[in-house]
Ligand binder design. Sequence first.
Ligand code: NDP
Length: 246
Amino acid sequence: MTGQLKDKVALVTGASRGIGYQIAKGLAAEGAHVIALARTVGGLEELDDEIKSAGGSATLVPLDLTDMGGIDRLGGAINERWGRLDVLVANAGLLGVLAPIGHIEAKTFEKTMTVNVTATWRLIRSVDPLLRKAQAGRALVISSGAAHSAKAFWSLYAASKAATEAMVRSWANETQNLPLRVNSVNPGATRTAMRAQAMPGEDPKSLPTAREVAAKIVPLAFAGVTETGKLFDVRAEKFLDYRDPA
Ligand code: NDP
């Protein structure tokens, strides 16, 4: 570990398992104080134990991202306690359902859009003033290849990720003259509970682990990153440009 995030404060959502858990662990190993958010207290406590036994520090925030008031209060609470936020990793998300578009239930559609899109916007809005003030603010919003692939039955999840990526690109343009760097990240197929839900017949051992994927995402929070408004493709290990309209 390089200590690249010494004295930084980092917020990670969806930190109770999967990719978010490993990103939180990786940021802490680089010296950041990690604010770990999710609903499952057991998963957060396990993360806390692992971080502390490796000599790091974390604060646990058990919060359901459908609680919009809770998200709104988060930025102020972080400001009161630490006076700053250097890194945001908006990773929490859900698959919803893979189904023909005419078979998706309204409540599933709304819940997925609420967690994947509305909560991400509310979170960005809540911490944006802190990230703007940071010396080398870094925001990473976890997307998916589904945003661009238009696969049959993936419409709900794909629409939620495409919406989030569009929002993040605009946010990057709004903040491009600041030290803040804002990017989306496509982790690629990863051995987690969500992937198993999406592809139950797949051999999980054929996929990279969340730890391997997180190891490629953590350095995107370092001060040396100059890109903004781009999509980092973990599998390709590079930033991709969006094609802007002529
Ligand atoms: P998991 O299902 O393993 O983890 C999802 C995380 O999101 C959990 O920590 C969960 O915590 C949290 N979360 C879900 N709903 C809520 C909620 N209402 N409030 C608070 N937290 C919530 O998923 P992955 O690790 O696989 O996925 C992480 C990200 O990566 C997601 O954005 C996903 O779309 C994306 N991704 C994943 C891929 C894969 O192959 N795994 C591929 C491409 C993208 P809890 O349940 O405790 O609240």
